[in-house]
Design a protein around this ligand. Structure first.
Ligand code: NAD
Length: 387
């Protein structure tokens, strides 16, 4: 056994319950992934109806060899609970493993409750952005879906069409779309807008993305930040100071005036989303334009965004959709299930025992609670600040 790690050699069994978060339609495991678990000698216990809203009926799980039963039986038999969203209130036995999205850097109170319940909790948000962990990277899978869907949401609300059309009734100019924040979601939004025939521009504070934006056939918006650099650690952006953000907004306002659609996705890990679009910038846009703020759940990139609501200000519609991946539950669950099963497999030794190896970067960085304690230093720091 490695330093600080631990190992269980009992037969492993995972449990999947119906998600209880409002509007959550995804499921943590899809039938196809049961085969992958079986190869690692892991049994699956699924609550009846857990996959229904995402398009996976009970019979499909059963035909792959999973036990489909009621929630109490799942909880009694499973020692590893797989969730999309880890429930706010723990319903676990001591030493159960719980794996899922639990937003530990924004919701450390949830983490504390799992520590009190003596569960071993892993956060899928904390999977490192490394090559080895790519197949477990839930943030990337879900961001791809969010970026795609944001464009459909915008197209649906826009009183114009996206593609150029030449008809007997005259020619129609293509819609102009600006995507601010060209990470995983933003690049997917650019690609989707292009597929729908829009003229697309993209902007990001990280200079490295210029090439990626251009390779998708979009124009890179150049903004002079007065020498400030937006590249932070691990390929993420770093927060800019207020002066630089003001500079950014002034130049962005001129670009935004020309757009029919603006999709914002800007985020900085562990922080509130940067405010990039002010009320004045919205007022300068043409009536009928649409803003889709994918950062709505993190406070929004637009001053007027209200999470989960549609706002109309001087003819401009500002949409703040929340939990967007859950609106494409079939494919979101398929991708999520693959990510979480690969993550679990990484902790299963060849002999089928669970090996929580603290020398493994993926295990170490995602482990949040264990033995009644919060063990993740990033979450510990937050809890100390909030205490
Ligand atoms: P994210 O969700 O944290 O942020 C979205 C985008 O907003 C980022 O591109 C960021 O640069 C941008 N942003 C932040 N502040 C901004 C501002 N003030 N103005 C404009 N844009 C701003 O990012 P993400 O989608 O999770 O991806 C972050 C990085 O991680 C990317 O470089 C991506 O390619 C990389 N990544 C690497 C791997 C891997 O190596 N396995 C996997 C996924 C992502």
């Amino acid at each position: 056994m490695m330093d600080g790690g631990f190992r269980f050699s009992l037969a492993l069994s995972v449990g999947v319950l119906k998600e209880n978060f409002p509007s959550e339609r995804r499921v943590a495991i899809v039938p196809r992934v049961i085969d992958l678990l079986k190869k690692s000698q892991v049994e699956a216990w699924i609550e009846a109806g857990a996959g229904l809203e995402s398009g996976f009926p009970d019979a499909d799980y059963e035909s792959r060899g999973a036990h489909v039963t009621n929630a109490a039986e799942v909880l009694r038999n499973a020692t590893i609970l797989l969730h999309v969203r880890v429930p706010e209130q723990p319903n676990v036995k001591p030493d159960d493993l719980v794996i899922g999205l639990c937003d530990p850097l924004s919701d450390p109170a949830l983490v504390s409750r799992y520590a009190q319940a003596r569960a071993t909790l892993f956060s899928m948000e904390l999977v490192p952005r490394t090559t080895r962990a790519q197949s477990m990277d839930v943030l990337s899978s879900m961001a791809s879906i969010g970026g795609y869907k944001a464009v459909l949401i915008a197209a649906n609300a826009l009183p114009r069409m996206f593609p150029m059309m030449t008809t007997a009734a005259g020619s129609i100019a293509p819609a102009k779309v600006l995507v601010i924040g060209a990470g995983v979601a933003g690049l997917q939004a650019i690609a989707t807008s292009r597929r729908l025939g829009a003229v697309v521009s993209g902007y990001d504070v990280r200079a490295a993305v210029k090439e990626q934006i251009e390779s998708l056939g979009a124009k890179f918006v150049q903004i002079d930040l007065g020498g400030a650099k937006g590249d932070g650690e691990g390929g993420y952006a770093k927060a800019l100071d207020e002066d630089t953000i003001r500079r950014q907004r002034e130049q962005m306002a001129l670009v935004m005036k020309e757009q029919d659609v603006v999709i914002t996705t800007a985020a900085v890990p562990g922080r509130k989303a940067p405010l990039l679009v002010t009320k004045e910038m919205v007022h300068a846009m043409q009536p009928g334009s649409v803003i889709v703020d994918l950062a709505a759940e993190r406070g929004g990139n637009c001053e007027l965004t209200r999470a989960g609501e549609d706002v109309v200000e001087r003819g401009v519609t500002i949409l703040g959709p929340v939990n967007v991946p859950a609106t494409v539950p079939y494919h979101a669950s398929q991708m999520y299930a693959r990510n979480i099963a690969t993550f679990l497999k990484n902790m299963i030794a060849k002999d089928g025992s669970l090996n929580i190896d603290m020398n493994d970067e993926i295990t170490r960085e995602t482990l949040v609670t264990r033995g009644g304690e919060v063990v993740n230093p990033r979450v510990q720091a937050l809890l100390n600040v909030n205490a």
